[in-house]
Design a protein around this ligand. Structure first.
Ligand SMILES: [Zn+2]
Ligand SMILES: [Zn+2]
Length: 185
């Protein structure tokens, strides 16, 4: 076996999603980060992260599990889930990422207004794709960007997500290109 650098990003759906969504996410990852994508299930049962009082899932715990189980061929793992996620200081999150780390997650729960992952309207696909790129951006060390149209801008609600573009601003683009160059060395 060769000892190659891990060179793809694993898209890991938790539950069933339409092909259309997964394909759209994969295409955008290729476009923005220049990595190939693989599909694979790593964690399916999220009950370990369920908070009984809140009836929501603690995303930080899920990230730990994802990072611990990333395949050797993959440089990053992006989980897409349908359950409502939270971190203790917020009522909910659309997703969470390990800054400069291996794992990130996005939930379609709010962005797709509670509908199943097999039933996602085109305009919701677009906003879910934006959030996946946003969270992956954090794993490549990007922080929140003050530029309103930048995909790394922090969004408080779904309208904010719809308003921002699907692209990195010039500054973030340079930052992420440098980071990826460093990783590929
Ligand atoms: Zn963020
Ligand atoms: Zn930016």
């Amino acid at each position: 076996m060769t000892s190659q650098h891990p060179n793809s990003i694993l898209i890991s759906p938790v539950g069933e999603f339409s092909n259309e969504l997964i394909q759209a996410v994969a295409a955008e990852i290729g476009q923005v980060f220049g990595f190939t994508t693989e599909m694979g299930s790593v964690v399916q049962d999220l009950s370990f992260a369920l908070d009984q009082n809140r009836q929501q899932y603690h995303s930080t715990l899920i990230l730990d599990q994802l990072a611990a189980n990333i395949p050797a061929t993959c440089i990053r793992i992006l989980a897409i889930a349908q359950v409502d996620l939270f971190i203790p200081i917020l009522t909910h999150v659309y997703g969470e990422a390990q800054l400069g780390g291996a794992a990130c997650i996005v939930s379609t729960f709010r962005l797709n207004e509670g509908r199943s992952g097999l039933n996602i309207a085109p305009r919701y696909i677009e906003r879910i794709v934006k959030e996946t790129i946003h969270e992956l951006g954090h794993t490549f060390n990007l922080r929140h960007c003050p530029e309103h149209t930048c995909i790394m801008h922090y969004c408080r609600n779904e309208e904010d997500v719809d308003r921002k573009s699907g692209e990195l601003c010039r500054y973030c683009k340079i930052m992420v290109e440098d980071e990826i160059k460093r990783l590929k060395k």
